[in-house]
Design a protein around this ligand. Structure first.
Ligand SMILES: [Zn+2]
Length: 152
């Protein structure tokens, strides 16, 4: 899930968790006993790790959430794009279990990372409503309800 590190929040979380791990590994490598490690770095490494996990928590919760329930929250906004709008969107990878989509090439200078809740593209950043990437992801995961499709 490391590539989901797009927002400041998740960058901070990663730095904190990684920092705590580096402190611990480094101390063990220096030959410190666990007792010494705890006395010396326990508080700082512990606080860093806890803060990191806390900051990252929404990503864990999203990964566990039910995809259909997450998408349903958008209501009619979840149907605002027609299939023609997003048919051409091609993800380099779709992580079905954790509900992430990743575009291979940058678009307008942005490396697009998509979830059913948000997207890093300009459209979503501006409007805050499901963009073509999110609709495409929903479609790929079998969640997209298109009125036209029903008539086919
Ligand atoms: Zn998007």
């Amino acid at each position: 899930m490391g590539w989901y590190i797009s927002k400041i929040r998740f960058k901070c979380a990663l730095i904190l968790i990684f920092g705590a791990a580096v402190i611990i590994v480094n101390a063990l490598n220096m030959g410190m006993s666990l007792r010494e490690l705890w006395d010396e770095y326990g508080l700082s490494a512990g606080l860093m790790a806890i803060t990191g996990v806390f900051l990252w928590r929404p990503a864990f919760e999203y990964a566990k959430a039910d995809a259909a329930a997450v998408w349903r929250r958008w209501g009619r906004h979840g149907r605002r794009k027609s299939k023609n709008d997003f048919e051409h969107v091609k993800f380099a990878r779709v992580y079905a279990n954790t509900k992430y989509g990743l575009m291979g090439q940058p678009e307008d200078g942005v490396r697009v990372r998509t979830t059913l809740e948000s997207c890093t593209c300009r459209d979503f950043t501006r409007e805050g409503l499901p963009c073509k990437h999110m609709c495409r992801l929903a479609h790929t995961l079998g969640l997209y309800e298109d009125e036209e499709e029903e008539n086919e």
